[in-house]
Design a protein around this ligand. Structure first.
Ligand code: TYD
Ligand code: MG
Length: 460
């Protein structure tokens, strides 16, 4: 028997080295190297790789047939939207998210409702009884259609998972979670970098050879990266992230990488007592209900992927009690907030430098669309002068460093949605408004070119 070999792996990026290193030459992080005993068996991955390479032959691209039409629809509109229209046969998907966010619930719910398909759900975390208890909870979910056959098994060794696959012959394999699975080909413990890497590669080989799509669950670390090496993200075809604030019921499914669709789409769900409900009209929950006019609130007409979303921005500006003013941003980039404050200070002449500024995006979501800038700036100004902005006004523009109000993408889309939701005025950049056919819309379109224009229009 060969002597066990140990290697050192960077826990950030998966870089492999035969000796311990203080700093990873690949990603530059310090103190991330961990020792792992790696023992490849004779029938291990290398031998398999060779045989697989021998079996395939180069083909003319026009002779290659695609199975695009055979995507497996999941019966969950939001999930399908993010995937780009269903699960592609032979693909390897990774669903990441913080513990307790609802990954297992989403997958079990999906597995239960896929019609006319056999699904094998392998859990390394829960027993069959626990899975059944969860399924019973979801049973009452009236949106669930009658699904196909679902097989469940509690298993952690890949070789045995493939035996179960042979006996069940599923159309879709779900593995919850990759961190609890190990392969017999390697001698280190489950969840270690070499195990995750090898198991992911085994599932990929299986998916490509059999055409059965595999959905893996992965945990993410405190700083938001997928636990385990980045190499996993390179191997898989599609990386989905399930995120949300645990204090709120809303969850967003984003795709960070998708070889078969756009990464711009997001899916929105609400966690309820009997599972996840799809939210088709996100603006309904992002606009908080308020009757009174309160200062510091402004509504942004943002776009996530192809979908318009109306989001309420709230801010509070008050005199700093301590020498150093406090700044806090929930759901908005902190550095961007500092930049907007600097612009407002310079252009509008407010001494915001001596004030505490707190910013909150309602609903506990994160917005990446820069079109929210103008709403953020106006909500800060509103709180500062303590004059409310009408809840029937909304904003869609980006801000530049010199206080100019810049155009946003697909402005017609946002205006049409604002019109549909019954807003009275929408503030957009002058450069956006040029090419618009304003007669098409019933809503009043206010054109602004610099932030002072918006300030005068709202508070003068
Ligand atoms: P879970 O899917 O176990 O999370 P993950 O697999 O990502 O770790 O979801 C856990 C949370 O969801 C748990 O705190 C309870 C809540 N939940 C509901 O609110 N309603 C439900 O119907 C279910 C099944 C879970
Ligand atoms: Mg889970």
């Amino acid at each position: 028997m060969a002597k066990p070999k140990s290697f050192y792996f960077c826990s950030e990026c998966g870089y492999q080295s035969s000796s311990w290193l203080g700093r990873c030459p690949e990603c530059g992080k310090f103190g991330t190297f961990q020792e792992e005993v790696v023992q490849a068996s004779k029938t291990g991955s290398i031998a398999k790789n060779k045989s697989a390479a021998g079996a395939s032959k180069p083909k003319l691209i026009r002779d290659v047939t695609t199975n695009e039409t055979q995507r497996i629809p999941t019966q969950c509109g939001e999930f399908d939207r993010v995937l780009g229209g269903g699960i592609v046969p032979g693909s390897l998907l990774l669903l990441g998210g913080e513990p307790g966010i609802g990954k297992s619930t989403l997958l079990l719910q999906t597995a239960l409702s896929i019609p006319e398909r056999k699904v094998l759900y392998v859990s390394g975390e829960e027993s069959e009884q626990q899975i059944k208890m969860r399924a019973d909870r979801l049973e009452n979910n009236e949106r669930r259609t009658q699904g196909g056959e679902l097989y469940v098994v509690s298993e952690t060794v890949t070789q045995r998972i493939f035996e179960h696959v042979d006996s069940v012959q599923p159309d879709l394999l779900i593995v919850d979670s990759i961190q609890t699975i190990c392969t017999e080909n390697i001698d280190s413990s489950a969840g270690s970098i070499s195990q995750i890497r090898e198991c992911t590669a085994e599932f990929q080989r299986f998916a490509k050879e059999s055409g059965v799509p595999v959905l893996l669950v992965g945990h993410i670390t405190k700083d938001g990266n997928l636990a385990g090496p980045k190499v996993m993200e390179h191997i898989v075809d599609c990386v989905l992230q399930f995120e949300g604030d645990r204090n709120y019921g809303y969850r967003m499914l984003r795709s960070l990488k998708n070889r078969f669709g756009s990464t711009a789409e997001i899916g929105i769900f609400e966690m309820q007592g009997d599972g996840l409900r799809e939210v088709a009209n996100p603006s309904e929950f992002l606009l908080s209900q308020r009757d009174e006019n309160l200062s510091g609130c402004a509504i942004a007409a943002t776009l996530e992927g192809a979908r318009p979303m109306f989001i309420e921005v709230q801010s509070l500006v008050s005199s700093a009690v301590y020498g150093t003013p406090q700044r806090n941003a929930n759901g908005f980039d902190f550095r961007r907030l500092s930049m907007l404050l600097a612009v407002l200070e310079k252009r509008c002449g407010f001494k915001l430098g001596a004030k505490d500024v707190f910013l909150n995006i309602a609903g506990g979501i994160r917005v990446s669309d820069p079109g929210i800038d103008l709403a953020v700036a106006c909500s800060i100004l509103s709180s500062n002068v303590d004059i409310p902005i009408s809840p029937r006004h909304c904003f869609a523009a980006e801000m530049g460093l010199s206080g100019e109000v810049r155009p946003v993408s697909r402005v017609e889309h946002r205006i049409a949605e604002a019109d549909r939701l019954g807003f009275e005025k929408i503030f957009v950049s002058k450069y956006n408004a040029r090419s618009l056919n304003k007669k098409r819309f019933g809503i009043e379109i206010v054109e602004v070119s610099v932030i002072e224009d918006a300030f005068r229009a709202l508070f003068a």
